[in-house]
Design a protein around this ligand. Structure first.
Ligand SMILES: [Zn+2]
Length: 185
């Protein structure tokens, strides 16, 4: 009989879940103002260190299996560029479309070009429950739209061209096999 292993402190905190985990495909729930408890705020703030640890520039709550409409982004890694949005809504998209390569912490080692609008205006709440408006363009807009997609169960791989989808099929199959192995009882 083995003794219980020592507690890994990381098991008490959130972890990024990977494709094809079905929790990535849910439509996340809006956060009512009465749910903005210190516990929710602490968990939300905890997404930043997790994102940095994984070398990400954006992380949405569904990516840790948390079914709420909330995400964090930081494209520069500088503290002043941290942005968190609760219940974000895309108010306006403009500036025409452009294609650029995306990746996702939940779909490791797969990259592909996605067409998105160049400029957006998004509104949401900050952690004080105040409404904030974010106007962004280029990579920041792209990142906001990518994270917003996660709240609707959409992954960037869904937005790839048919040719590219075909090209990544084997890599997706490998992720599916990893997932099946990790979840085999
Ligand atoms: Zn992502």
């Amino acid at each position: 009989m083995e003794s219980a292993p020592p507690t890994d402190p990381r098991t008490t905190s959130d972890q990024v879940i990977r494709f094809p985990d079905p929790r990535l495909r849910r439509t996340a729930k809006p956060i009512p103002v009465e749910d903005m408890t210190p516990e929710l705020i602490a968990r939300a703030q905890g997404l930043f260190p997790l994102m940095y640890e994984e070398n990400g520039i954006g992380l949405a709550a569904p990516q840790v299996g948390w079914n709420v409409r909330l995400f964090v982004i930081n494209l520069s890694g500088e503290p002043e560029d941290e942005l968190i949005l609760l219940n974000p809504v895309v108010e306006e998209e403009s500036g025409g479309t452009w294609r650029a390569e995306e990746g996702c912490l939940s779909v490791p080692k797969i990259y592909g070009k996605v067409t998105r609008n160049r400029r957006i205006r998004m509104v949401g709440w900050n952690l004080e429950g105040e409404e904030i408006e974010v106007e962004a363009e280029g990579m920041v807009a792209r990142c906001l739209l990518h994270e917003h997609d996660h709240l609707d169960g959409i992954l960037f791989i869904d937005r790839l061209s048919a040719v590219k989808k075909q090209a990544i099929r084997r890599k997706l199959r490998a992720l599916e096999e990893d997932y099946a192995d990790a979840n085999a009882s």
